[in-house]
Structure formats: structure tokens, C-alpha cells
Design a binder for this molecule. Structure first.
Ligand SMILES: Nc1ncnc2c1ncn2[C@@H]1O[C@H](COP(=O)(O)OP(=O)(O)O)[C@@H](O)[C@H]1O
Ligand SMILES: [Mg+2]
Length: 254
């Protein structure tokens, strides 16, 4: 598998707080990397740096083999990085199809003259897409407002797939979900993986993170302190690294 994202020595401080102190992260195509760590370890800051929300103070990011420095999430998205937060930015007043095609609507010409949004085609494409991810959303014309948290995640994932994103970042996607919906998110992560999309998966529920991931990176106070195959570790070991005060294991597993 070729390397999709490589972040090296990323530093970021907020005033006196050093949120990232030389963080490294590698994600390959079709690989799900779980990033775990205690509250305040720097997980969200890391993904905000990768997705262009924050500018790093130091370090470098290679995406698709090229050095990048995204000035905004929009720029990151343009390069193929989509971030799905727990509180998704979906347009509540629009339907599912409109959300997937928001800002990139398919157009047609009314009477062959006046450009109008091609709602029929959008609905058709959306139905096909929802079918592909086996979503339980019955209708592309359903208002997003009426969807459950899990269904909203499905819309965001459908959007990322349709627009051929290369890396999808999920920050605590299951935090507000009931157990069956959380399981469904794991299924969606698998779908992304099968499409060859790289995924960074953050979840404070370590069992879900272990189940979703191929590999696990443990962060402790702004650094990577451990990296392992998901199949070769367990909750107990992860917690040890998450809470460890020593720097044991730092950089030792690569
Ligand atoms: N915008 C910000 N301004 C100031 N401090 C921040 C900001 N974002 C994060 N931090 C601080 O950076 C550290 C890492 O936070 P965060 O990345 O949110 O951790 P995590 O997601 O692992 O819980 C914390 O000490 C947090 O308070
Ligand atoms: Mg966080």
C-alpha cells in the first residue's frame, strides 16, 4: 500500500499550551488508522492541522507524495481530505441529495436555455450512492433535519465517496450515537477502506477504535508514544500508553 499521508514532527502551540510536540502520523491508501489518547492529548489539534483548520508551527505534511500546507479546510477538501466531525456541518433545511451535491450541483437547462439544478439526476445519483453504502436512508429527498445521527454520518460518507476523497478523517463519530448506530459507522468505515480511501479514526471508545482500525497510534501529551497493529494490542495496553507518564515506547515501534 502506498503512503497517502505522512505528517512528520508536527508542532502546534496555543499560547503556553503545547498541543503538539513533534507528532508523526502515516496513513496508507485503504488503511484505517485509529488515533487514541486521553482528553487533551492533542488528537483534535492534529486533525485540524492536517485538514487546514490550524496552521502548524513546525513539521511537515506530505499528501500524495507532495508537501502541502493547507490554509483552510476548503483547500484540504480540494486536495481530497474530508473531515467528518461529530457535529456534522450538513445543511439541515436541504434534503439528502442536495447535501451531497451542495456547492457542486449538477445543472441542466430548462427549455434548453435557462440553467437550473438537475434535481432528477441528483436524486438518481444519490439513490445509487445510498444503495452502495447500504444506507438505511430510504429516500434521497428525505430532509436531513429528520435524520438520526448515524444517518447523518452516512450522508457525509456518501458525499466523501462520490467526490472521490482520498482521506477521510473522523473525529469522535460515535460520541453522540446509540450502540446500533455506532456499529453502523464501523460498517461505513469499512466501506471507505474497501474503496481504497485512507481513514483517520478517532474514538474515545477504545473497543470501537480497535474494531475499526488496521493500525493504532497512541498519543500522549502531543506526541506519538506507541504504534501497533490493531490485531496485536488490546485496551489494557493502549490505556497504559495513554496514561503513561514516562516517555517509554516513544518512537520505538516503527
Ligand atoms: N483553539 C485552542 N485554543 C487554546 N487551546 C487549545 C485549542 N485547541 C486545543 N487546545 C488545547 O490543546 C490541547 C490538546 O487539545 P485537543 O487537541 O482538543 O485534545 P484531544 O482532542 O486529544 O482531547 C489541550 O490542552 C487543549 O486545551
Ligand atoms: Mg478531541
Amino acid at each position: 500500500m502506498s503512503e497517502l499521508l505522512e505528517a512528520r514532527g508536527i508542532r502546534k502551540h496555543f499560547g503556553a499550551v503545547e498541543a503538539l510536540r513533534g507528532m508523526d502520523l502515516t496513513v496508507r491508501e485503504g488503511e484505517v488508522v485509529a488515533v487514541v489518547g486521553d482528553n487533551g492529548a492533542g488528537k483534535s489539534t492534529l486533525i485540524k492541522v492536517i485538514s487546514g483548520v490550524h496552521q502548524p508551527d513546525g513539521g511537515e505534511i506530505l499528501f500524495d507524495g507532495r508537501p502541502v500546507r493547507f490554509q483552510s479546510p476548503r483547500e484540504a477538501r480540494g486536495a481530497g481530505i474530508e473531515t467528518i466531525y461529530q457535529d456534522l456541518a450538513l445543511a439541515n433545511h436541504l434534503n439528502v441529495g442536495a447535501n451531497i451535491f451542495l456547492g457542486r450541483e449538477m445543472m441542466t437547462r430548462w427549455l434548453g436555455l435557462i440553467p437550473v439544478i438537475d434535481a432528477k439526476r441528483i436524486n438518481r445519483e444519490t439513490a445509487r450512492l445510498l444503495n452502495r453504502i447500504e444506507s438505511r436512508i430510504p429516500d434521497p429527498r428525505a430532509a436531513v433535519m429528520n435524520l438520526s445521527g448515524g444517518q447523518r454520518q452516512a450522508v457525509a460518507i456518501a458525499r466523501a465517496m462520490y467526490w472521490k476523497m482520498k482521506l477521510v478523517i473522523m473525529d469522535e463519530p460515535t460520541a453522540a450515537l446509540a450502540v446500533p448506530e455506532a456499529r453502523n459507522v464501523l460498517r461505513l468505515v469499512k466501506t471507505l477502506k474497501d474503496e481504497g480511501i485512507g481513514v483517520i479514526y478517532i474514538d474515545h471508545n477504545l473497543l470501537l477504535a480497535l474494531e475499526a482500525a488496521d493500525s493504532v497510534v497512541v498519543m500522549n501529551r502531543g506526541r506519538k508514544v506507541h504504534e501497533t497493529r490493531a490485531s496485536e494490542t488490546d485496551q489494557e495496553e493502549l490505556i497504559r500508553y495513554m496514561t503513561g507518564r514516562s516517555e517509554v515506547g516513544r518512537g520505538g515501534t516503527k
